[in-house]
Design a protein around this ligand. Structure first.
Ligand code: DX5
Ligand code: ZN
Length: 228
């Protein structure tokens, strides 16, 4: 079982001060910082683009986990790679096997990691299971894409367990990231069900002391008994 990792989602912070959001992740010793890019078409919100990712890059070497909730990733992927995204996660709903293969080559030729995200109602498609070994991360969304602060959709848990079982059966080291409504009181359960990267917007940036909220969330997650 992979180590528990915490990925604070800056969407829950004041978007006028994303520098501070990244600094909080660094000070709180998060494992990666989760950058939600939304285009107003794939999901009903608009956040920021590659220019913002690039502007934040000078602050830290911390892994930039860029979650692209966008309709046409092929039009923008290169810019996010240029901006310094370490992991680029695309949505399965807007891809198929051959489109994935093309974009995967672009990501790997730059030495970056490719992730695949699925909405709560989407099953991991067959083309994606067939390519599981190429993915550094599967992002299992537990809220509808668009906004921080929603409640976790618990009906996604069986799917999370199925994907975790597939990764284990095949002996892969794929991270399984759980995105949406992760809180201290559900963190250990999510880890028991196979999630190992916990995205946390409100549970970190919505707290009075967001730096210590990162350690607090990690401590709860580790109560699942899986040590890093
Ligand atoms: C939702 C985003 C999430 C969100 C998580 O579209 O993908 O990353 O910011 O925020 P919380 O943890 O508050 O649900
Ligand atoms: Zn996200």
């Amino acid at each position: 079982m992979a180590a528990v990792k915490i990925a604070p989602s800056v969407l829950a912070w004041n978007l006028a001060n994303l520098e501070r959001a990244v600094e909080i992740s660094v000070e709180g010793r998060a494992d990666q910082v989760h950058l939600d890019v939304i285009d107003g078409s794939f999901a009903p919100n608009i956040t920021f683009g590659p220019g913002t990712v690039k502007a934040l890059r000078h602050l830290t070497d911390m892994k930039f986990d860029t979650h692209l909730m966008i309709e046409n990733p092929q039009n923008h992927l290169a810019k996010f790679l240029d901006a310094g995204s370490d992991l680029v996660t695309l949505h399965a709903e807007v891809l198929n096997g051959s489109r994935f293969d093309e974009l995967y080559s672009a990501v790997r030729s730059r030495g970056r990691e490719m992730g695949l995200a699925i909405k709560p109602e989407t099953d991991l498609p067959k083309w994606a299971s067939d390519r599981l070994d190429k993915l550094s991360t599967v992002v299992v969304m537990t809220v509808k894409p668009g906004f921080s602060g929603q409640k976790m959709d618990r009906s996604v848990m069986p799917k999370l367990q199925r994907i975790a079982a597939q990764v284990k059966e095949r002996g892969l080291g794929t991270d399984i990231e759980v995105d949406g409504g992760v809180e201290p009181d559900n963190a250990a359960d999510v880890v028991k069900r196979g999630g190992n990267v916990l995205v946390a917007g409100a549970a970190v940036y919505g707290q009075e002391d967001p730096v210590s909220a990162i350690a607090a969330l990690r401590a709860e997650a580790e109560k699942a008994g899986i040590r890093s």
